[in-house]
Design a protein around this ligand. Sequence first.
Ligand code: ZN
Length: 454
Amino acid sequence: MTGWLDRAAENAHKFAQRNPRAVAAGVMFSLAGFAATAFGVASPSAPGTEIAQQIISEDVQPLPVHEQLEALAAHQLELNRSTAGRANDTADRLLSRLGVNDASAASFLRRERGVRDLLDGRVPRLFTARADESGRLKELVVRMPAERRDQITTHFTRVTLHPAGHGGWKVRREQAQLESQVRLGSGTVRNSLFTATDEAGLPDTIATQLSEMFSEEVDFHREIKKGDTFSVAYETLTADGEPITWNEGAGHLLAAEYINRGRVYQGMWVRDAMGRGAYVGMDGQPKQRSFLASPMEFSRVTSGFAMRMHPILQTMRAHQGVDYGAPVGTPVRTVGSGVVDFAGWRNGFGNVVEIQHDGDRSTLYAHLSRIDVRKGEHVEQGTRIGAVGATGWATGPHLHFEFRIRGVHQDPLQVAKATQTPMASVSRAELQQLATSARTQIAAARSMGAVRAE
Ligand SMILES: [Zn+2]
């Protein structure tokens, strides 16, 4: 029950051990409950951000850490270099970008089977090389997404290459834990929320989560107004201290404020020991759940959201949804309220219903034996929309279910997990502690936005 508080305390302790100077200078920021270890400032692309960063550094005093990191970087500039992998990378191009001039390393990267995939342009990678003054490689570290898809938000793959003498190389491949950093962001709406969050340098996933957090209170399609403001604190995941470039950093929105036509809305994200999270108000009251955990009352998942051999086409394809096994005729319900966008026959999907929800989210239900709704119809959460079947390309009766946010497929099981309420296992005292730190984060982010608006 106190699992995540313990973890946060442990992380804070580790941070203190690694950064004794920073802690002495009073940089430690209470992030009770969040598994965060450091404090940073979002780097918005909008002009005038230099000023904002100065101000924020006065509020939370991250300067000592920055100075420390800069001094460290300057000191080792000639020996250490990092770069992101590029689509057209060859061993030579990559090494020259890293300032490495080493024929043995280049030929090892070119010819070795288990290493060549490091140059695969389709996988996001971060390379860090350590070389001596003549450019000979002493170490190459490659960081990329975790091999197991279910670990993609908690782990990364680290591959380390070392010279082993006589022109040989030693390769170590391991799964390591990602760490998180807290960042702040804020902005003012001029046209749309997403333009404003873009200008503020927020990742798209954080912008989506912001609109989700307040989806029951603010209609982001109709009610937002020029001059509305938002202030957020969110986490960014790092691999050995480097922000990851895949999954848009994969972090979560932690605390947020949205001021709509002068009305103030605040919320925070709470996670329990099981890793389940929910949006709650500062009073700890859950913000209304917008989606049911499953489109059927009783069902079992027979195929998840992953790469798999397609049962009919017999090729490897990404499975863009989840399959639930159930007998023909089992009622299928909409997981959220919305408007029916499509109801009818579509080749491989057979009888299919598509529903448009608030916040640019949509769901799709395929292979139905019958359809109970019509295009344009408004449906409430839990409404029966059809029944399980095996129409279209289906090997047997099942429901194929997809969840999209702004057109991008999401893992429905992750979405369901994210909208389940963990409140039962979080105590009142813990919630109060979280609210205190969330308010501090919001205030710091807000002061950043006030400066930029001037
Ligand atoms: Zn499917």
